[in-house]
Design a binder for this molecule. Structure first.
Ligand SMILES: Cc1cc2nc3c(=O)[nH]c(=O)nc-3n(C[C@H](O)[C@H](O)[C@H](O)COP(=O)(O)OP(=O)(O)OC[C@H]3O[C@@H](n4cnc5c(N)ncnc54)[C@H](O)[C@@H]3O)c2cc1C
Length: 386
């Protein structure tokens, strides 16, 4: 696009900082508003899937953003019956690995990068109101009069206050809640694998070894469970069902800080048009089961910036972005729904665990689907042919 746009980005998470960086790199005049005065460590599994690592590498940003974090070689899966399968990310084109991040550092690295490319970053600015004006949008916060822009990018996360205000949010029917905490690591310190533990009642627990000292733990449970028990007892009960978790951590220490997050879903019926685009979680988010929210955040930012670069007309660019974003979202929805159904059925879990356990390559292709290395269809065909 030849015309240089004045862009307002709301949100300084991975989606907002990445889109601000990419648009500024293309010469647009970008201002990013973040409501926090300083970025904090978000409640997140902090696992960047291999496809996300590849995208950063292709953008020439992997070193700048991730040099202080450790790689992940694959995932260890544990079924409700206690079958444990170690899966390594399949090596298809390059040396695939995931990365264990620290979200505060990663988000800050990305924001710093945007600043080096002339993005004007306004921290502590909570955007309260957005108004459609003749050409573009007007943003209002508590701390300034008004800010007019040609393009508004809403990267305001899963809860997306902007989508709610503009009535772009869809109806949610979810009863899942995440419980999140950090633990010190006791056993398997040398093993650079993430873990996914599935329990009989459809609860699952993701483990990400951030460093030798710190492990990130996220449970996803039905909301009813946290109403009937305190969080510590609930998680301790699940730990006791898994000999591997007990071996790794012992008993759950009493002094850990457990936090909950919900809802774990966001539906956006609009996505883009009328000088406005949503990116990241704000454009749609499904349960954090396959750990790809960060990848989707940076991918949507990249797709939007690419469409704007290729098209001469902003509305055409937004149409193309919307089409591409919806296509990807549909594939993810299919994959996520399939995995959710498996997790809720102990018999299916047992069958799949038995099937992938028989051959190491089969297990690796399975985890390749979860890590976005292969599309679901390609991965399933490879598993069946192995
Ligand atoms: C329990 C859990 C575990 C997860 N684990 C993983 C994982 O292991 N791997 C993975 O890839 N993904 C994971 N995710 C998802 C991942 O955290 C998100 O997909 C990712 O943070 C999305 O980035 P974002 O930039 O779209 O939104 P966010 O990171 O949420 O950033 C949005 C920003 O907008 C700001 N903001 C909001 N409203 C306003 C406003 N009005 N004005 C100004 N600023 C505003 C917020 O302060 C925030 O900084 C997990 C999510 C949950 C809930």
């Amino acid at each position: 696009m030849k015309e240089k746009l004045k862009v307002g980005v709301i949100g300084g998470g991975p989606a907002g900082s990445m889109v601000a960086y990419l648009l500024s790199l293309d010469g647009h005049d970008v201002t990013l508003f973040e409501k926090q005065k300083a970025l904090s460590r978000k409640l997140c599994g902090e696992y960047l899937c291999p496809k996300g690592v590849e995208l950063l590498e292709n953008l020439g940003l992997k070193e700048t953003l991730c040099s202080q974090f450790l790689p992940l070689s694959g995932m260890i899966l544990s079924s409700p019956q206690g079958v444990v399968v170690q899966c390594t990310f399949p090596q298809i084109e390059k040396a695939w690995s995931g990365i264990s991040l620290n979200r505060q550092q990663f988000d800050q690295n990305l924001l710093n990068l945007a600043i080096t490319k002339n993005v004007k970053v306004k921290l502590g600015f909570n955007i309260k109101e957005v108004l459609k004006i003749k050409k573009g949008w007007q943003l209002l916060s508590d701390s300034f009069e008004e800010f007019d822009c040609d393009l508004l990018v809403a990267a305001d996360g899963r809860v997306s206050p902007i989508a709610k205000k503009l009535k772009h949010s869809g109806k949610l029917n979810t009863s899942r809640v995440a419980i999140h905490f950090y633990l010190p690591r006791i056993a398997h310190k040398d093993l650079r694998y993430g873990e996914m533990h599935i329990f009989n009642d459809g609860t699952y627990c993701g483990i990400d070894p951030i460093s030798d000292e710190e492990v990130n733990v996220s449970f996803v449970v039905d909301a009813k469970k946290i109403r009937s028990k305190n969080l510590h007892q609930l998680c301790q009960g699940y730990f006791q069902q898994s000999p591997r978790l007990v071996e790794m951590f012992g008993n759950l220490p009493l002094n850990i800080e457990l936090k909950t997050v919900s809802p774990l879903k966001n539906i956006n019926n609009f996505v883009a048009g009328n000088s406005l685009a949503y990116v990241g979680d704000a454009s749609g988010f499904i349960d954090p089961l396959t750990g790809e929210g960060i990848y989707n955040a940076i991918l949507s930012a990249h797709l939007l910036a690419d469409s704007i670069r290729m098209e001469q007309n902003l509305e055409n660019a937004l149409k193309i972005y919307k089409k591409n974003k919806k296509k990807i979202q549909l594939q993810k929805k299919f994959l996520n729904t399939a995995f959710q159904s498996v997790i809720k059925s102990p018999i299916l879990c047992k069958l799949i665990a038995g099937f992938i356990q028989k051959k190491k390559k089969r297990a690796d292709f399975f985890i390749g689907i979860i890590g976005n290395i292969d599309t679901p269809l390609k991965g399933i065909v490879k598993m069946l042919l192995t």
